[in-house]
Write a protein that binds this ligand. Structure first.
Ligand code: ADP
Ligand code: MG
Ligand code: MG
Length: 255
């Protein structure tokens, strides 16, 4: 069993002017084998949390801690975080012109596994994972995310997830911009990953609809840069009905 523990995390975003504090004391503990949903209104700091876990240089941790099985994640480089078993799917995946998807995936797998996967089994593995996600084989030779539609980028994130098999996956709005068919395919990909073993998923989302496909064990409400309430799946149902108004004081639905 593994544990990802975030304690009283404070993070500021670096801007051209003074840094702005966005995360104001995030507390969150996720154990492998569990799926946690983090739900919050736009601008509440959900992506800032994802970027901070990823080690993005624009986000400065001012206090608090993040540990993975007791190891200090914040002291790790981006590569070390991946090798330690942390995977982050970004809300806006970056385009990498000139690097083919197949080279990218192989380099990532080599870095995370500590050795290059044997070529024949690797090719089979990639083809299988692509087929599972309905990704056409031509995509293997296209530059990473370049000219991909929103849905294609999200599928590609889940392709990485299925090949890298991290201990913990943080998925930032993997559901946004997907039509219902793509949502189902992507959710099935996440569910297959969950079935691979003792893994933990942090599903960051604004909307409740993905939770019909990926059932969370714990639901957290995120507002004003921290977790303000935690509960079971019934908390998501309450949000679907009432929106975030109870937590923000401002009206606005979530479905
Ligand atoms: P969410 O993902 O919940 O919508 P974000 O983490 O993207 O929220 O943003 C949280 C807040 O931080 C927002 O008010 C946003 O405008 C602000 N913010 C994020 N990045 C920057 C930045 N680079 N410069 C200034 N403000 C930022
Ligand atoms: Mg605090
Ligand atoms: Mg966001």
């Amino acid at each position: 069993m593994s544990t990802l523990e975030i304690k009283d995390l404070h993070v500021s975003v670096i801007t051209d002017d003074a840094p702005i504090e966005i995360l104001r004391g995030v507390d969150l503990t996720v154990t492998s084998g569990q799926t946690h949903a983090i739900m919050g209104p736009n601008g509440s700091g959900k992506s800032t949390l994802a970027y901070s876990l990823a080690g993005h240089p624009k986000y400065q941790v001012t206090s608090g801690s993040v540990t993975l099985d007791g190891q200090d994640v914040l002291a790790m480089t981006v590569d070390e975080r991946a090798r330690a078993g942390l995977f982050l799917a970004m809300q806006y995946p970056v385009e990498v012109p000139g690097v083919s998807m197949s080279n990218f995936l192989r380099s990532a797998a080599t870095a995370v596994r500590g050795q290059a996967p044997a070529i024949r089994t690797w090719v089979k593995e990639v083809r299988g994972a692509m087929a599972d996600l309905g990704i056409e084989s031509e995509f293997a030779e296209r530059s990473v995310n370049e000219g991909f539609s929103g849905g294609e980028k999200k599928r590609h994130e889940i392709l990485q997830l299925s090949l890298l098999r991290p201990k913990f996956a943080v998925l930032d709005e993997t559901d946004s911009g997907l039509d219902v068919d793509a949502l189902r395919v992507v959710s099935e990909g996440v569910n297959r990953y969950r079935e691979t073993g003792d893994v933990g998923v942090v599903l960051i989302t604004h909307y409740t609809r993905i939770l019909r496909y990926i059932k969370p064990d714990v639901v957290h409400v995120f507002a004003g840069g921290r977790v303000v309430e935690s509960g079971g799946p019934e908390l998501a149902e309450e949000l679907e009905t009432n929106g975030y108004v109870r937590f923000t004081g401002q009206p606005g639905g979530v479905t």
